[in-house]
Design a protein around this ligand. Structure first.
Ligand code: UTP
Length: 276
């Protein structure tokens, strides 16, 4: 059973400057809830309640968000405003939270390797909180855990992107198993449209088997001098099996201003439950 989930949150969020100069990107709210809370809720729904953050400098607000604020609790005790904290209180109760730091931003692969200390030798989920996902009845991570139980190998979530956007993603190719499942045979990090094998882009949801750590340790930095998880996954696919899953639901790229605005509008129109 998968119990642990890693949240790499060490990145600088440069696409959101100046908002992210002193505040973590993951604390940006969609309506009244920070991105990172949506992400942890999705993991908890999938049964992944041991939460590990790979943080960096200037990310303390994330730790504080998943802790009790006594002054605030005291201030609003007995008022209708307590309702606004019900969700986060329940999450804090349900999950455990561990933190480790990535001291130099050497890429997502390096951030995941730093998480080995909190994961150990078991399969685990990885969620990039700036990809906000809504599932089709079941959360995206819950869908992937179901698949892991069937295939017992690493799984990446994918979606079709417009061909001119492949250079923003890791792109996969492979053998079609079903309408939603592809066995990966090739992966390219941020290919130019003319070099992209398909338009199937990896989004910020992964289930990884722990042999990924040894592979990451020997993965040379790739594009932009960063250790790419895509390179490590390609190695894992060549040694055994990696599946790519076209998830049911919708994803918003909240690391970009346009995706963030789109998510805000969608959530306001479809999912907003205003509290007093
Ligand atoms: P992004 O590519 O979105 O980078 O990283 P970023 O720094 O957060 O944002 P921009 O592009 O500068 O605006 C994808 C995820 O990987 C994490 C980020 O925190 C984000 O969740 N990450 C990336 C790390 O934790 N460490 C890294 O070295 C790089």
């Amino acid at each position: 059973m998968i119990k642990k989930c890693l949240f790499p949150v060490a990145g600088y969020g440069t696409r959101f400057l100046p908002a992210t100069k002193a505040m973590p990107k993951e604390i940006l709210p969609i309506l009244d809830k920070p991105l990172v809370q949506y992400a942890v809720e999705e993991a908890a729904e999938a049964g992944l309640c041991d939460v590990g953050f790979v943080t960096g400098r200037g990310k303390r607000a994330i730790e504080d968000h998943f802790d009790t604020s006594y002054e605030l609790e005291h201030q609003i005790a007995g008022t209708g405003k307590e309702k606004a904290l019900e969700g986060i209180r329940a999450l804090i109760e349900q999950c455990t939270f561990s933190y480790t730091r990535q001291t130099t931003m050497r890429g997502l692969g390096d951030a995941i390797l730093k998480g080995e200390a909190v994961i150990g030798d078991e399969p685990f989920g990885v969620v990039l909180a700036d990809d906000l996902c809504i599932g089709d009845g079941r959360g995206v991570l819950a869908q992937m855990v179901g698949l892991y139980n069937q295939y017992r190998c690493s799984i990446v979530a994918i979606e079709e992107v417009p061909p001119d956007q492949t250079s923003s993603y890791g792109v996969i190719d492979g053998e079609k198993i079903s309408d939603q499942l592809v066995r990966v045979t090739n992966m390219v990090e941020k290919p130019a449209p003319e070099d992209a094998p398909t338009n199937l882009a990896i989004i910020g949801r992964y289930i990884l088997t722990p042999d990924i750590f040894d592979i990451l340790r020997s993965t040379e930095p790739g594009k932009n001098g960063e250790v790419q998880i895509t390179d490590a996954l390609m190695e894992q696919a060549s040694q055994g099996c990696v599946m790519a899953y076209k998830f049911s639901g919708r994803r918003f790229d909240c690391g970009s201003v346009s995706g963030y605005v789109e998510a805000t509008n969608y959530f306001y129109e479809n999912l907003f439950d205003e509290h007093p």
